[in-house]
Design a protein around this ligand. Structure first.
Ligand code: B12
Ligand code: SF4
Length: 493
């Protein structure tokens, strides 16, 4: 059978994994890649986006031209409106194409998507088994004349379906425990469209996270699966993928996109002992701000060049009670100091707009970062993604109303790069921390000049570009300008 996947802006690891599994099971997969220039969640300019991107009708036509049996969508909450619009347009063009939604947004609010007449199936949680089973079901059910006849008569775990207007949920499928049993992701699906993506090899070495922060998807998943231990691929399996990548593509560096990469010391020690000889490419990874010297040394020695680390807030009480993060400020400071002294570059994630954190203390937070040497601070406004514990907590303490949460859950998400009036000054300062000396930043705090500076989103782009020119931009940040150079027909440095 033929499946077309529709997605855009970035390489998508989940889709690459699903495509590899579908191909292994004998199906064909194609990608319709929507560049989403100026509509990528970072650089959002609606007028320019209209100018540089195809219309919904053109995208639907592109998908229908493959004459697929199935169209697959994997939207984020931020991108679901565009995906739904394309899905509706496909159904108008070719009603027989079966439409399936999956991914974290679909997992959080399956019923919302199922209510849309253009959506036939929604996958909750992992998609490998559910998709293969659905394909098999559709193949067997050959004399089909439309979606309604195609609805499974038996429960396909993880897959919601409908008969007429009636929506049926399904039983959850146990998590895939042996991640080594999965084929390597189908990277060519994306590289054929955007060859620049192959310069930085994105991969993940596991699924799940040992922590459970209230603003993150793991708090949503906990409601379905309970508290789960993170699962990890073997070091050998990861190294085999990367060795092949190095041979096959001109990959310059690796990006480990795991929720957290550096948490299991035993795994990391084995990895650090083998990676330099078997792969040896510089890499970027993620970590929690409770790293000790030994772990940092393992990272450094094995070739890590960039660490992305979430501090989120310096307010210990709010961090513990609202974010469900239990590290202390001393642990965070010690981690940032060790990283500053290690010679590795690091970026910090900080969240503004958390209930209970005062504006003045955000300004103070910005100054606190000047004691360390981050290359970039991703300062973002808190988004209440559907199904997260943070959304429930914020509603219960009156920080957000149901209407606003409903609006987000249906896809009306403010770009988290856009700060509220209250946190804008702190966001501006954080954009400048990696560029200006502490005394100058301190002077800016009380000065009207801070208000006269361009907005924080512009300052962030300037800061990122300067770090790019100084070779201090993380590998994931380097992909971003490459994407736009491609728009201009250039290959980039
Ligand atoms: C790596 C990552 C990225 C990377 C790469 C993207 C990618 N998906 O590969 C980058 C940096 C590009 C990225 C960007 C963003 N991300 Co991100 N990202 C992640 C992260 C950490 C891991 C994703 C991953 O690779 N998982 C591993 C793969 C194998 O799993 P998967 O993608 O979930 O797919 C599986 C299932 O979901 C399912 N499935 C998925 N799609 C489909 C489709 C069908 C048809 C079916 C049947 C099944 C199915 O099957 C897959 C295999 O089991 C997740 C956190 C997480 N743990 O999921 C956040 C996460 C997905 N990101 C998130 C967000 C918000 C974003 C941004 C919107 C942020 C922003 N504003 O810029 C952007 C999106 C930009 C855009 N416009 O496209 C949110 C999404 C929340 C939501 N409710 O939508 C998450 C969940 C983090 C969080 N806040 O909790 N992200
Ligand atoms: S540490 Fe990161 S990935 Fe893990 S639960 Fe917290 S925010 Fe999510």
């Amino acid at each position: 059978m033929r499946a077309v996947v529709f997605t855009g802006a970035y390489e998508h690891l989940g889709i690459e994994q699903l495509s590899a599994c579908l191909k292994q099971a004998g199906h064909e997969t194609f990608l319709v890649f929507d560049n989403r220039f100026f509509a990528d969640g970072l650089l959002d300019q609606p007028q320019l986006a209209k100018l540089f991107n195809p219309s919904i009708a053109q995208l639907a036509r592109k998908i229908a031209d493959f004459k697929p049996d199935m169209a697959l969508f994997s939207p984020y909450t931020d991108t679901v409106l565009r995906d739904l619009a394309v899905c509706r347009a496909i159904k108008k063009l070719s009603p027989a194409i079966v439409t399936v939604f999956g991914g974290m947004h679909a997992t959080a609010v399956p019923e919302r998507l199922m209510c849309d007449p253009a959506v036939d199936f929604v996958c909750v949680g992992e998609g490998e088994g559910a998709l293969i089973d659905l394909m098999q079901h559709l193949e067997q059910d050959s004399p089909c004349t439309g979606t309604l006849q195609r609805a499974p008569t038996v429960d396909i775990p993880n897959l919601w379906y409908k008969q007429g207007r009636k929506i049926f949920s399904s039983s959850p499928r146990p998590h895939i425990q042996d991640l080594d049993s999965l084929p390597f992701p189908d990277k060519k699906l994306f590289f054929d469209h955007v060859p620049q993506f192959s310069r930085y090899w994105r991969t993940i070495t596991g699924r799940g996270c040992p922590y459970n922060c209230s603003f993150c998807c793991h708090s949503t998943l906990e409601k379905i699966y309970g508290r789960c231990k993170p699962r990890r691929r073997s070091v050998s399996h990861v190294l085999e993928e990367l060795s092949k990548a190095k041979l096959e593509f001109s990959t310059q560096a690796v990006i480990f996109e795991d929720d957290l990469f550096a948490y299991d010391k035993a795994w990391l020690a084995e990895f650090a002992g083998r990676y330099p000889q078997e792969v040896g490419l510089p890499y970027q990874c993620t970590a929690y701000p409770t790293l000790d010297g030994q772990t940092i040394e393992l990272l450094r020695k094995s070739g890590c060049r960039f660490v992305e680390i979430g501090v989120q807030t310096w307010n210990g009480k709010v961090r513990r009670e609202f974010l469900n993060r239990h590290e202390t400020n001393e642990q965070i400071s010690s981690t940032l100091r060790l990283l500053s002294d290690s010679g590795m570059h690091f970026n910090i994630f900080h969240i503004t707009g958390i209930p209970g954190v005062k504006t003045e203390s955000e300004i103070h937070s910005a100054l606190k970062y000047t004691h360390f040497k981050p290359c970039f601070i991703h300062c973002v406004e808190l988004t209440y993604y559907p199904g997260t514990a943070a959304a429930e907590l914020a509603e219960s303490c009156g920080a957000v109303c149901r209407k606003d949460l409903e609006s987000i859950a249906s896809g009306h998400v403010q770009s988290y790069e856009r700060h509220s009036q209250k946190s804008e000054d702190a966001a501006k300062l954080m954009a400048l921390v990696p560029l200006l000396p502490r005394p100058l930043l301190k002077w800016l705090v009380g000065s009207p000049v801070l208000r006269l500076l361009p907005g924080s989103s512009v300052l962030k782009i300037i800061s990122a570009l300067i770090q790019f020119l100084r070779s201090r931009a993380s590998y994931s940040m380097r992909i971003f300008p490459l994407h736009y150079l491609r728009m201009l027909g250039l290959r980039g440095p």
